[in-house]
Design a protein around this ligand. Structure first.
Ligand code: SF4
Ligand code: SF4
Length: 465
């Protein structure tokens, strides 16, 4: 590394948004513009549209995504997951974590800059409204410093009213992902007294979102987000991050007219620092605060255009690429993570594909022995519990498949409601001649009409021959 970078690591002792007395330093980033920002806008608006229409999208009458933590019912891509399927979700989550780690090792914090909801909402929604109402960074600073006059009052009132309204919409969307859009509509249209809990959740979520985006802002990324804080262990010299090419840029120096330039390409204009939403100087090297938003790349490229130098003084690059001019390589660590990811994904997909839509549990009633019937048959009493993971109700009948025999329900037949559970009690009656030992394995079929929907094996007690 060049001297300019390694001479001091003092910037790592503090974070840019807190002064030495521990007070918050408000970041006023300059409004970003440039090619990458335009691409990010497209990606962000696409993701926002997806997020807001998500609760209304259905597959087979079920939401694409619903995470009902209260009732412990999860619907992903129209498939219902009950607590019994929890291991599949855990495996899916593990695969997702490995994917994130692998992705981070190779591509750094691309997720933070391009996909993370915090960045998208803050940079593409709330901050853009702020620029629109209060103007660019210098105007915002001036407005905050000035006395409370008509201009300041209307601008602040308009901005914060819009912030609250958007926070309310986000909170409602989040609730729709938790309780489903139908229940949310009910809460909104019904008598408020009947939904005090739901309304309170709405108000709390709205308040939290408003606070995060109006006040807490980049502190989420620099102080709270665990993913951000794990960067130190995930990134290495081969990871592609937003990086300053110090070999090309240093020694930095101001540009002076009619002077033969002996310094590097960095003209120390500070534009990369001014646009940074987390208030850092990327020329110091990779830092925990950098969310890879690319604003500094755009800002520096614009300067390079002005001074007739090639783009890319700040660009997506690895430390190795800059220091040793090496091209990207797939390392052993990346290969190992990829192998783990492939195995996890394979198991996850297999479990998903072989998952049954109806889950049955059949248990012999505890404490009951077998009974001898007058016709010579032997009978055992069972309890059955059925879980329906589909959006379709089923009238259910049971048949003994192996060995020959009969199922007699204690009450009438079973009705399995859509997305519901039903329980029943039945006798299995088997001719004594079919039983050759005390403990016989029997196979019961669960039918809806003529359609076999699942089978279950259980034990049947009989007399020893
Ligand atoms: S250093 Fe650059 S990429 Fe990182 S947060 Fe700041 S502006 Fe964004
Ligand atoms: S924008 Fe580019 S030229 Fe200007 S200070 Fe930053 S790195 Fe140097």
């Amino acid at each position: 590394m060049s001297n300019a970078i390694t001479d001091t690591e003092a910037y790592r002792d503090t974070i840019s948004t807190v002064d030495k007395d521990g007070k918050r330093v408000w970041v006023y980033p300059k409004k970003p513009k440039g090619k990458l920002f335009n691409y990010r806008k497209l990606v962000s608006y696409g993701l926002l549209a997806l997020m807001f229409i998500g609760p209304f999208l259905k597959i087979n009458g079920l939401p694409v995504l619903m995470l009902n933590l209260v009732e412990r019912k999860f619907i992903i891509f129209g498939m219902i997951f009950w607590p019994q399927d929890f291991f599949i979700l855990v495996l899916g989550f593990l695969a997702f974590v490995v994917f994130i780690i692998l992705f981070t090792i190779v591509y750094g914090r691309v997720f933070c800059g391009w996909v993370c909801p915090q960045t998208i909402f803050l940079e593409m929604v709330f901050r853009r409204i702020e620029y629109w109402i209060e103007g660019d960074n210098n105007k915002q600073k001036a407005l905050n410093r000035q006395e409370w006059n008509f201009e300041k009052i209307w601008k602040k009132t308009a901005k914060h009213s819009i912030f609250v309204a958007i926070s309310f919409i986000i909170a409602n969307t989040l609730l729709a992902y938790i309780i489903g859009v139908e229940k949310l509509q009910q809460i909104v249209t019904d008598n408020p007294a009947n939904h005090l809990g739901g309304l309170a959740s709405m108000a709390i979520f709205t308040g939290i979102f408003y606070w995060v985006f109006a006040s807490f802002r980049e502190q989420v990324c620099t102080i709270v987000c665990p993913y951000g804080r794990l960067q130190g262990v995930m990134l290495d010299k081969k990871s592609i991050v937003v990086a300053y090419d110090y070999e090309r840029g240093e020694p930095r120096g101001k540009l002076h007219k009619n002077q033969v330039r002996t310094e590097g390409d960095c003209i120390d204009c500070n534009q990369c620092v001014q646009v940074c939403p987390t208030g850092i100087d990327i020329r110091n090297g990779t830092q925990l605060e950098c969310i890879n938003c690319t604003a500094c790349i755009d800002a520096c490229n614009a300067i390079m255009d002005l001074i007739n130098k090639p783009h890319g003084l700040i660009r997506y690059a690895s430390e190795e690429e800059i220091a040793e001019k090496k091209k990207f390589q797939f390392t052993t660590r990346m290969r190992a993570y990829t192998a783990i990811l492939v195995v996890l994904m394979g198991v996850f997909v297999t479990l998903l594909v072989t998952r049954k839509n109806i889950d049955a549990t059949i248990l012999r009633t505890p404490g009951m022995m077998y009974q001898k019937k007058e016709n010579g048959n032997i009978s055992n009493l069972y309890n059955i519990s059925l879980i329906n993971k589909t959006n379709q109700a089923y009238p259910v009948t049971l048949k003994l498949l192996v060995p020959q025999g009969e199922i007699k329900m204690v009450r009438s037949g079973l009705m399995l409601p859509a997305q519901g559970i039903t329980e029943g009690v039945f006798f299995a009656e088997i001719p004594k001649g079919e039983l050759h030992k005390m403990n016989t394995e029997i196979k019961i079929g669960v039918f809806s009409g003529e359609q076999l929907i699942t089978t279950k094996t259980t034990k049947f007690l009989g007399p020893a021959n």
